[in-house]
Design a protein around this ligand. Structure first.
Ligand code: ATP
Ligand code: MG
Ligand code: MG
Ligand code: MG
Length: 514
């Protein structure tokens, strides 16, 4: 199946189960406190809380939701490019019940789709159930355990082996600090060549056992004071990583050959972007991955190139879909998150031979639109502004990037490449990180990345201290403007600007340099 067929097969399945297929919500979150839409359930919060009635009969929906996890409670940015299955932007397939069906149907249908329809071998599946510690908000999920046990038994498999307990960290799902939440139960797939991990790799962040689908039993609302309020009704909220599903289905020869590790990047979700990048750069993508925690300073050129391909393709998706939803790169909050991600991508472009003379980022948009423009019409409709924005942002960062990189290299000046500079041991001075930020527009995480590649860590305490001093200066400047404006308050328009600044003080204080 192609990616598009897999998505449709998910929709068909839940249509048969009387779900209304709805469009993805915008990446601009509706809930306060979120940087970006980070899960399929975000758009349904009012239905869970009971403040609005779902317009579906029966009260069921399914969709593919555009998600970004690059900040806040769910942040996968650091893993991107290095592992096989985390992206900053991904599609989350989901099905929902709003006070309609509950655990039994959710669990049985997930099994029916994965095992019966898609043909994933049951012996490679592991289900997790919620097993709380003292003081956690809910009790052991016996109901979910019994339902899974029944299913595994039908295949002659031992439930005690195939059901794994998960604690509050992995099996109590929360969208953010507040909002609807509840215990959950997940399906994980054993990708070891012989399928003999016996559940030991579940929840261990191993790419040989991947979490594919999370079924959340929404029963509470996390309140601002840290308490959990029982909701008026019980709901189902599920999320399946679409790219992970594609990897599983496409990379295992119909689930017969697990000898090669399935990766999300070796699917037709990413391949068209890689082909375009290859065409533009003249370099070749190899689907190779470093061992977890490997020394980045010791990466081969081929490995560095592979990581760069993946990071760029991922970041292209995050940027393009955000801009298509009206979230622009900028100096504040979520806008600055986008600018940071873009600058990371541009810097990774150096690895592929791109530069100020040879920009690339905007040229990739066409490959993305070709692939996903039908599923997400907003991407197609706004492709020109997406492309223009990426081109402008790239050009603007290119003006300082090379000088900044030179400043970094001069600071590090290793005796021989790959070894940390002796002058400051393995700690990179926060003052230089601040200079890179302030003068050359290097977001802190970019400097941290450069440092990680040299075996260095940034002195973030010193960096934060300098940032705070800069904020103080901005605050002081802010006040004097206001005072002057107040002094001559009888005067007209120009001085009135002082008041406007004052009103936006909170925002202005967080402004980052261009
Ligand atoms: P993981 O433990 O792998 O980080 P998660 O538990 O954080 O995943 P959930 O919040 O349960 O993920 O989201 C539901 C599903 O979305 C997951 O089961 C997974 O298939 C998919 N998913 C989550 N994060 C990502 C990501 N960064 N990239 C791709 N798919 C993801
Ligand atoms: Mg996660
Ligand atoms: Mg997880
Ligand atoms: Mg999960």
């Amino acid at each position: 199946m192609t990616a598009s067929e897999i998505r449709n097969s998910f929709f068909d399945f839940f249509r048969e189960k009387q779900h209304t297929i709805v469009p993805s919500a915008s990446l601009m979150p509706q809930s306060p406190g979120l940087l970006f839409t980070n899960a399929g359930m975000n758009q349904f919060v009012p239905y869970f809380l009971g403040t609005e009635k779902p317009p579906y009969a029966p009260a069921r929906a399914a969709d593919t939701q555009k998600c970004i996890r690059a900040g806040g409670k769910h942040n996968d940015l650091e893993d991107v490019g290095y592992d096989t299955y985390h992206h900053t932007f991904f599609e989350m397939l989901g099905n929902w019940s709003f006070g309609d069906y509950f655990k039994k149907e959710a669990i049985e249908w997930s099994w029916e789709l994965i095992v019966e329809r898609w043909g994933v071998p049951a012996e490679r599946l592991y289900a997790t159930v919620y097993a709380p510690s003292e003081g956690d908000p809910s009790s052991f999920d016996q109901e979910a355990y019994d339902l899974w046990a029944e299913l595994f038994k039908t295949k002659g498999l031992d439930p005690a082996k195939h059901i794994v307990n998960g604690n509050v960290k992995d099996n109590f799902w929360m969208m953010g600090e507040t909002g609807p939440c509840g215990p959950c139960s997940e399906l994980h797939v054993d990708l070891t060549p012989n399928g003999d991990s016996e559940g030991k790799l579940v929840n261990q962040d191993s790419d040989l056992c991947i979490e594919i689908w999370n079924l959340v039993f929404i029963q509470y609302n996390a309140e601002a004071d840290g308490s959990f309020r029982e909701l008026p009704a019980k709901h189902i909220d599920t999320g399946m990583g679409f790219e992970r599903a594609c990897s599983l289905i496409q990379n295992t020869r119909k689930f017969t050959d697990f000898s090669r590790k399935p990766t999300n990047y070796a699917t037709d979700v990413f391949q068209p972007i890689f082909r375009k990048l290859e065409e533009l750069s003249g370099k070749t993508y190899s689907d190779i991955y470093p061992e977890p925690g490997a020394d980045r300073a010791a990466f081969s050129e081929e490995m560095k190139t592979a990581v760069a391909f993946r990071v760029i393709a991922d970041h292209l998706r995050t940027l393009s879909f955000s801009i298509a939803d009206g979230i622009m790169p900028g100096n504040n909050g979520r806008n600055y998150v986008l600018r940071r991600i873009l600058r990371r991508a541009v810097r990774y472009g150096r690895q592929l031979g791109f530069s100020g003379e040879k920009p690339f980022f905007g040229n990739l948009v066409v490959a993305l639109v070709e692939q996903l423009g039908e599923v997400f019409p907003e991407l197609k409709a706004r492709q020109d502004v997406v492309r223009k924005t990426l081109e402008n942002e790239e050009a603007s960062f290119n003006q300082t990037l090379d000088r900044g990189l030179k400043r970094f290299e001069d600071a590090v000046a290793p005796a021989d490449p790959g070894t940390p500079a002796v002058s400051f041991g393995t700690t990179f001075p926060g003052s230089i990180a601040f200079e890179l930020y302030d003068t050359f527009g290097f977001p802190l995480d970019l400097t941290e990345l450069l440092c990680a590649e040299r075996g260095l860590t940034v002195d973030t305490n010193e960096f934060e201290k300098l940032m705070e001093q800069q904020r103080e200066r901005a605050r002081a400047a802010q006040k004097s403007t206001v005072v002057r404006a107040l002094d001559i308050s009888t005067d007209a328009i120009t001085e009135f600007l002082g008041f406007e600044n004052d009103e936006t003080e909170a925002t202005v204080l967080e402004v980052h340099p261009q």
